[in-house]
Design a protein around this ligand. Structure first.
Ligand code: BGC
Length: 259
């Protein structure tokens, strides 16, 4: 029998959800998407999540994972960079449960992508230290050691040359600051060299929308460890959220089968 979960990914421009086959890491049926409301308050976004869960027809026992672009500490959001500031201090677990009427697990968006890449994608079963970064509006990060997620690493906000790294090197900045690919690549080089120096990872994986164009920048980065494009691309957040929620329901840490 197919084991099913629900994943919902809350981003700056869209809230997307799907039913997920937990063993294959694939969507079952179509993805549902709504625009993130202009006023992206917790309540407005939670209501969209309820609509998505209802449309997907999730049974009450199905695990539901919801990602936010912020760290999540025992359900609480300590700060948020790219959504409405009223998220700060909110207990997202409680709010989302109240509004959706379902038991839900809320987690960081990049952590979800990291779990998905580890279970099904570019980091599948890789031992040692793996860092998954997502390049989008911000820079998200997931740190896994032997498949165990160390949550909320927030490596997009390391201070580099006196600046918040994501405000300098996120994919959105290439467009916003009208940078050439070469200019942006030199910022990425500085960023990834720094992360490599701090963590000595065995593997780095790069996701986010721009990873579709990985040919244009990944081969130009000079690093000691391999750096590869994410395999799941835009399904990673949703798949990882569903898998993580399922593991949490079983009281497991997210470790891939066989590791
Ligand atoms: C947030 C992270 C998030 C990343 C990608 C950053 O600004 O602080 O929590 O993972 O953006 O959305």
């Amino acid at each position: 029998m197919t084991r099913v979960g629900v994943g919902i990914d809350i981003g700056g421009s869209g809230v997307k959800g799907a039913l997920v086959d937990l063993d294959k890491g694939e969507f079952i049926g179509e993805r549902v998407r709504y625009d993130t409301p202009e006023s992206s308050t917790p309540l407005a976004v939670a209501k969209i999540c309820k609509t998505i869960i209802d449309e997907l027809g999730a049974a009450p026992e199905v695990p539901i994972g919801i990602t936010v672009p912020a760290p999540v500490l025992h359900g609480v959001i300590p700060f948020i960079a790219n959504l409405d500031q009223s998220w700060t201090g909110i207990n997202a677990d409680e709010l989302f449960q109240e509004v959706t009427g379902h038991q839900v697990t809320v987690l960081n968006d990049a952590d979800a992508a990291g779990v998905a890449e580890y279970y099904f994608g570019a980091a599948k079963g890789v031992a040692g230290t793996v860092i998954v970064t997502t390049l989008g509006t911000g820079i998200g990060s997931a740190l896994l050691y032997n498949g165990i997620l160390v949550p909320n690493t927030e490596l997009g906000h390391v201070e580099l040359d006196g600046r918040d790294a994501e405000s300098h090197a996120a994919a959105s900045q290439r467009v916003k600051q009208d940078l050439s690919w070469e200019e942006w690549i030199s910022r990425l080089q500085r960023y990834y060299s720094h992360i490599e120096m701090l963590f000595s990872p065995d593997l780095m994986v790069v996701g986010g929308g721009v990873s579709k164009k990985h040919d244009r920048f990944l081969p130009k980065l000079d690093l000691k460890c391999p750096i590869v494009p994410a395999a799941l691309r835009n399904t990673a957040g949703i798949v990882g959220a569903a898998v993580y929620a399922d593991e949490q329901a079983k009281n497991n840490v997210p470790t891939a089968p066989g590791v």
